[in-house]
Design a protein around this ligand. Structure first.
Ligand SMILES: [Zn+2]
Length: 203
């Protein structure tokens, strides 16, 4: 299976506000300002829109899957892959042992659709990559106990997946995307715990 095109930066940067700008390479001042602006827009979209919108479906998913213990039903959900008048979106989904490509209809927020499948998007609007919630939960736990190292994790995962014939050509793509997904998944989980605590305190 060859995911070169799907995971190249070229593919990702074009659609609207997606990729996190890494600031690397030679950029002129105007491009840097643009990248910063894009980053701010993404941050706002995540924190004001996507995360608040995910909260309720996330709690429902946790209940349904017994706190992610059994994701089989969620994973086998069939979603619409294309409605007339709406574009479709191809997402590469990263699991411990495989990468699967998925086509989503953009009629509904891609982030929310991915969440119902037990996946978390790497970008707030038109994600090209999504990560299995179990993996994010595992890594979050790991990074609570060791010094967080997204680069080491992403490289290990990339190597592991490539021995299973899932190759990613563009280096650093997984690191960048995975870092985004992990960061915002952590915000979602923390927000959920905070809300729960608020509810308990009121009783
Ligand atoms: Zn549709």
């Amino acid at each position: 299976m060859d995911l070169n095109n799907e995971l190249s930066d070229e593919v990702d940067i074009n659609p609207i506000l997606e990729d996190e700008a890494d600031g690397a390479g030679e950029r002129n001042v105007g491009e840097n300002a643009q990248a910063r602006k894009k980053k701010e827009q993404q941050w706002r979209k995540w924190s004001e829109d996507v995360i608040p919108g995910m909260l309720e479906p996330y709690v429902a998913l946790m209940r349904e899957t017994d706190s992610l213990r059994d994701l089989s039903a969620a994973r086998s959900r069939k979603l619409c892959s294309g409605c007339e008048g709406y574009s479709s979106l191809e997402v590469s989904c990263i699991y411990f042992e495989k990468i699967e490509k998925l086509v989503l209809c953009t009629y509904k927020e891609p982030a929310l659709q991915l969440l119902t499948l037990g996946l978390f998007p790497c970008a707030p609007m038109r994600p090209t990559l999504a990560v299995d919630l179990n993996m994010l939960d595992f890594v979050r736990g790991l990074f609570l106990n060791t010094a967080p190292n997204v680069t080491a994790w992403a490289e290990t995962l990339e190597g592991f997946l490539s021995t299973h014939k899932f190759k990613l050509k563009t280096r650093n793509t997984l690191r960048k995307h995975f870092g985004n997904a992990l960061q915002w998944y952590t915000v979602l989980e923390d927000t959920k715990c905070l809300r729960l605590q608020e509810v308990i305190n009121r009783i």
